[in-house]
Unconditional design. Structure first.
Length: 538
């Protein structure tokens, strides 16, 4: 584990990717046993190196051991174990059952096909989860993987590099370390999918470059995620609510992509909210200093955040002494800000909580949509289901959470991703498996069903067309009025019954006077349909 991260030799990158592609086409990574072995190895690699990982994150970001355990290691363990437990079920072809009896004869299925060689570009703020959770999905999907780690967290990236080299299959999984130059060379290569976590500016560059080779991309970006405390919030709940908000905002020095970026409080609950915020923040972060609180990743980020605070026209109600040389920025709460304030121009990504007072819920929702639409997360604290529905319906977001913050990202069974400016595509758990596989449609059409498909061959008579349409085109499940999807569809049952009658008629009721089985099938289907629908139809 070293502060000076050893960058990958740029000249070796193309051959590294070529070797990964050769490995993929050998079929090695597609077996279930290989995938499970690698995931198991990763689990025990983390268990064996927990102390080294905690030390690395402390050196890079000044994260405490407890914070690393809860917000990094436990999240990865949960995802890993969930995938390992269920992967054998996920890899099996999925039968398509909601089809007609005729189509069922073709055994329609959906296969989950590995994509090939994929690229994962992780970020600095949660360097373990943001690199290993995508890796879990890529391995589960049966791919070979290039993992580009963050150069900003050198200790953690070095630790992850050593873990992967020691515990995982290096013919199938490669780690690339470096900065802009190494990433630029990587993007010259053709991958089968790219997952990038970071800011929108770089995300656009990656998406544009990937478009040149029609490479699909998952972008996990950020945005200003709002939190609402509405008029219908019970005052007696504000102590718990503000505690949850403060943790979501100030954990990891606010460097969390789904952190509540700013707080919107109804005027009737404003004073009580401020009072509870102050009481709780003093308990949770009152003694914060450069020794016990996470640090800002870069000097330029520290300067940016410090300038935002200095230029704000709001009123600071909680702050403390900063330490620029340690990149320590004290948790800060600013009340009475507006959407024109310095704190509201862009995603803060730091320990600053601006608070806006509002009087009308619809009006403040309009402001959110105008200034910062499609956030990565949306947090609502209210006792009113009407408030929940109104806010969640009008504001689009990657996730929506009621009465809590951050928790959604730690639940492997939930997809994690953005919408609009906060990114596109999702992963975690089963969503990661789907993110790194392709749904491949398959049919296995028996030759003996040929009589039932004779109607597709020319010449196509009016009768053949009617038969084909009758069995192939679903009947509407609705009328011109009334419910669109009724609970009972008699037409579908009739068609299925008619098919069974025709099927039995072909195979058990034909004579042997020289007529082909196809001729007999056509004649018998015609007779059955005419009898059922009336001869005048034809």
């Amino acid at each position: 584990m070293s502060e000076e991260l050893q960058y990958t030799d740029i000249k070796s990158i193309p051959s590294t990717i070529d070797n990964l592609k050769v490995t993929f086409h050998s079929g090695k990574t597609q077996s279930l046993s290989w995938r499970l072995d690698q995931l198991r190895n990763l689990y025990f690699a983390l268990k064996d190196n927990e102390d080294e990982i905690k030390t690395a994150l402390q050196l890079d970001l000044n994260k405490s051991d407890g914070e690393t355990a809860i917000f990094e290691l436990n999240v990865v363990y949960g995802d890993l174990l969930y995938v390992i437990e269920n992967l054998s079920k996920w890899v099996k072809p999925t039968p398509v059952t909601d089809v007609s009896p005729l189509v069922k004869l073709s055994q329609p299925k959906i296969h989950h096909q590995p994509l090939g060689t994929v690229l994962i570009i992780s970020a600095f703020n949660y360097p373990l989860t943001l690199s290993l959770q995508p890796l879990i999905g890529a391995i589960a999907g049966g791919n070979t993987v290039t993992l580009k780690l963050s150069e900003s967290t050198s200790y953690t990236s070095d630790a992850i590099t050593q873990i992967i080299h020691q515990y995982l299959d290096n013919e199938s999984i490669a780690v690339i370390n470096g900065g802009v130059e190494e990433t630029t060379v990587l993007l010259q290569e053709k991958f089968d999918k790219i997952l990038y976590t970071g800011n929108g500016t770089v995300g656009k560059i990656i998406a544009k470059k990937a478009a040149e080779t029609l490479t699909p991309v998952i972008l996990e970006l950020g945005g200003k995620s709002p939190s609402f405390i509405t008029e219908n919030t019970d005052v007696k709940n504000l102590k718990i609510i503000t505690k949850r908000l403060l943790l979501g905002k100030f954990i990891n020095a606010g460097q969390t992509c789904i952190a509540p970026d700013y707080l919107l409080v109804h005027e009737s609950k404003y004073d009580e909210t401020l009072q509870n915020l102050l009481e709780n923040v003093k308990l949770l972060y009152g003694d914060s200093n450069f020794r016990n609180y996470s640090k800002i990743i870069h000097e330029r980020s520290f300067e940016r955040l410090n300038n935002i605070i200095n230029n704000s026209h709001g009123t600071i109600i909680f702050s403390g002494e900063n330490a620029a040389d340690k990149r320590f920025l004290h948790p800060t709460i600013i009340k009475d800000v507006t959407f024109e304030d310095s704190t509201m121009k862009e995603e803060l990504f730091g320990p600053i909580l601006p608070i806006i007072k509002y009087s009308n819920l619809n009006d403040i929702i309009d402001e959110v949509i105008i200034h910062h639409d499609t956030p990565l997360a949306l947090y609502i604290f209210s006792n009113s289901s009407e408030d929940h529905n109104l806010i969640s319906t009008r504001i689009r977001s990657g996730s929506i959470v009621f009465n809590e913050t951050l928790l959604q990202a730690g639940i492997a069974q939930l997809p994690f991703g953005g919408i609009g400016s906060s990114g596109y595509g999702d992963y975690h758990g089963k969503s990661s498996f789907y993110a790194f596989t392709s749904q491949r449609a398959s049919l296995n059409q028996p030759l003996w069903v040929e009589p039932f498909f004779e109607v597709k061959y020319p010449p196509i008579s009016d009768f053949k067309l009617r038969v084909a349409s009758f069995f192939a085109v679903p009947s509407p499940k609705f009328g011109r009025t009334g419910p669109v999807v009724p609970a009972f569809n008699i037409t579908k049952i009739f068609k299925h019954t008619l098919f069974i009658v025709a099927f039995l008629g072909v195979y058990f009721g034909y004579n042997h006077d020289g007529a082909t089985i196809v001729d007999i099938f056509i004649q018998r289907v015609e007779n059955v349909i005419k009898a059922a629908l009336g001869a005048d139809v034809y």
